[in-house]
Design a protein around this ligand. Structure first.
Ligand SMILES: Cc1ncc(COP(=O)(O)O)c(C=O)c1O
Length: 408
């Protein structure tokens, strides 16, 4: 190719091949609409900012910046593995989840989104078979797709499950109050999943983003803990755990973590060094002070509010949804997953409900690696108060009814 001196750069021709696999997130597009006061948004997995622990965060920041030794730590380059005291706190937190591990098994990441990217970087070659639930968290689909996997469906009941798992490099799932469909994997199914994973060499990526937000029933043991109980030590476990403080403390601080066998931690730390040297020391130190002083108290503040909002959404759905629309009751987390009648398309519904009713949600297609899922939509209930939920669901019910009438 002859390129004239001084001609403009043809960026698409210059970009690396992997950029073709980078897909925009529909959800991040919707976040821009949140500023419009007329729009009721059920999009986004967004905590209520009124519930951020503002005072503890302010106190922690002030304490750190006022103390010369802490300040030097917070503002200086730090270790790639993360802030030692926070890693130690996470060891205690994981023990409460039934995961015995040591500080050397913990890496702090810039949110659990980075955890997913780093895990994919060290694990996935182009063409590897990766299983995930249908639907699955769109941010994980986005992060992993860059590395060129072939996607397969994680469905324990499929007749060919055994053969599929034997060929799979990794399986990704959100076992508690999944994003997007709110489902939780039962204890029996956790064991069935580990049985399938241990037939071959499949690594299980356990995303525990919503685990702390349980409104009812008992907490279930982490897949990683169950696997360690089977194999004897985290060093022999095939489960990699991604955690986050985004849903309990504040997502803007961008603090998450990975728990993994030492050999995996070593590679992940190298990948993290290459990406960003280390995640923000100040943010890690603030989070450490906040969680060490009152993680449980903060979660206890969130649960009754989010539970009431979940109940308000379920009640509003009962009142306003036309016959033929179905949903499940989530036991925690942030989402209700709606199934529309056969033949309806949630993308078309979104365009219509945005234009005419000023209510938005995330269409189901975002959550399927193959772009299917037109009949589904995800509703978030944590960011809106009960009156807004009632009004928004009434508007959505009207939009769905209108669309059903047009289709008849
Ligand atoms: C299932 C799941 N995993 C990971 C993340 C990433 O969160 P963060 O990077 O803020 O920890 C999200 C965010 O919505 C999520 O829903």
């Amino acid at each position: 190719m002859v390129v004239e001196v001084g001609s403009a750069v043809d960026w698409p021709a210059v970009f690396a091949e992997r950029t073709a696999r980078m897909q925009p997130s529909q959800i991040r597009g919707f976040l821009k609409l949140l500023g419009d006061p007329e729009i009721i948004s059920f999009a986004g997995g967004i905590p209520d900012p009124a519930l951020f622990p503002v005072e503890p965060i302010t106190d922690a920041a002030n304490t750190i910046l006022a103390d010369p030794s802490l300040r030097n730590h917070a503002l200086q380059y730090g270790p790639s593995e993360g802030y030692g005291p926070l890693r130690e706190w996470i060891v205690g937190h994981m023990a409460r989840r039934g995961v015995p591990c040591a500080t050397g098994n913990v890496v702090i990441t810039t949110g659990s989104q980075q955890a997913l990217d780093l895990i994919a970087r060290v694990l996935i070659d182009a063409g590897d078979l990766v299983l995930t639930t249908a639907p699955s968290y769109l941010g994980a689909i986005q992060a992993l797709t860059i590395y060129g996997p072939r996607w397969g469906t994680l469905d324990l009941d499929r007749p060919d499950a055994k053969a599929t798992w034997r060929r799979a490099t990794a399986a990704y799932l959100v076992p508690e109050f999944s994003n997007p469909d709110g489902t939780t994997l039962s204890l029996t199914d956790r064991h069935r999943l580990l049985d399938l994973a241990t037939q071959g060499v499949t690594v299980v990526i356990e995303d525990a983003a919503y685990e702390a937000l349980r409104f009812e029933g008992n907490h279930l043991p982490a897949l990683q803990g169950l696997d360690i109980a089977r194999c004897g030590s985290i060093e022999d476990s095939r489960v990699l755990y991604a955690g986050t403080f985004s849903k309990t403390i504040a997502p803007g601080l961008r603090v998450g973590w990975i728990v993994a066998p030492g050999a995996v931690v070593e590679k992940i730390v190298l990948a993290l060094q290459a990406a960003e040297l280390h995640s923000s020391m100040l943010d890690q130190m603030i989070v450490h002070q906040v969680v060490a002083a009152g993680f449980d108290a903060q979660v206890a503040r969130l649960l009754p509010v989010y539970r009431q909002r979940r109940d308000a959404m379920l009640a509003a759905l009962d009142t306003h949804m036309p016959a033929g629309v179905t949903w499940e009751r989530p036991a925690g987390g942030m989402f209700v997953w709606l199934t529309l009648p056969e033949g309806m398309d949630s993308l078309a519904l979104l365009a219509d409900s945005l234009a005419n009713d000023k209510v938005i949600f995330v269409p189901g297609t975002s959550f399927f690696p193959d772009g299917s899922g037109h009949r589904y939509l995800r509703l978030n209930y944590t960011r809106s108060d009960e009156a807004t939920i009632e009004e928004g669901i009434a508007r959505l019910g009207r939009a769905i009814e209108r669309m059903m009438e047009v289709q008849e």
